[in-house]
Design a protein around this ligand. Structure first.
Ligand code: GDP
Ligand code: MG
Length: 161
């Protein structure tokens, strides 16, 4: 069975930017408008020597109903079939949606790596500290846009398969 790695997070944290960087081509649509990526986008990916299915979870619109919709209809199934989950947050703000997702993700803690995106300045790793309170064993700061912390993320994911 080919392992599944999924990227989860509220709209606009940078999931598709990371997905594109990992896949190495512009497959998912990125847009400053939250929720522009509509669906689950699976792509074959080589993690080290391991073939993996990488899934960019879009399909979230900005309003609350669709948040519930994602969680109910898509995310739960997706979380269950995922061997590793990249839960992405944004170092510039933590929102109510993030906190809601944190709760929903609780049962899957063991297969989650918390990735705090948009740490564009490597000197600002201190921004990570406040994210330790969420209780994850694995936590990494990255900049998907600038390609910082990507190797560490790949190593971490490899260790989870
Ligand atoms: P998604 O909705 O989670 O898929 O987020 P996107 O990948 O579409 O990105 C949302 C916005 O955040 C876009 O304007 C991206 O250019 C921006 N973004 C993504 N990654 C980074 C990053 O590492 N640093 C900064 N400063 N902006 C980023
Ligand atoms: Mg997206």
């Amino acid at each position: 069975k080919i392992p599944v790695v999924s990227i989860i997070g509220r709209p606009n944290v940078g999931k598709s930017t990371l997905f594109n960087r990992l896949i190495g081509k512009r497959r998912a649509i990125t847009d400053p408008t939250p929720g522009v990526t509509r669906d689950l986008i699976p792509e074959r990916w080589l993690l080290g020597n391991h073939p993996v299915t990488l899934i960019d979870s879009g399909g979230v619109k900005v309003d609350r109903d669709s948040m519930d919709d994602l969680v109910a209809k898509k995310s739960l199934g997706l979380l269950a079939i995922s061997d590793a989950i990249v839960f992405m947050m944004d170092c510039t703000e933590v929102t109510a949606e993030d906190r809601e997702l944190l709760e929903y993700l609780r049962p899957y803690t063991d297969k989650i790596v918390l990735v705090v995106n948009k740490i564009d300045d490597p000197k600002r790793e201190d921004l990570l500290w406040e994210y330790y309170e969420y209780g994850y064993q694995r936590i990494l700061g990255i900049s998907a846009a600038h390609g910082l912390g990507i190797e560490e993320l790949e190593d971490t994911l490899l260790g989870m398969l």
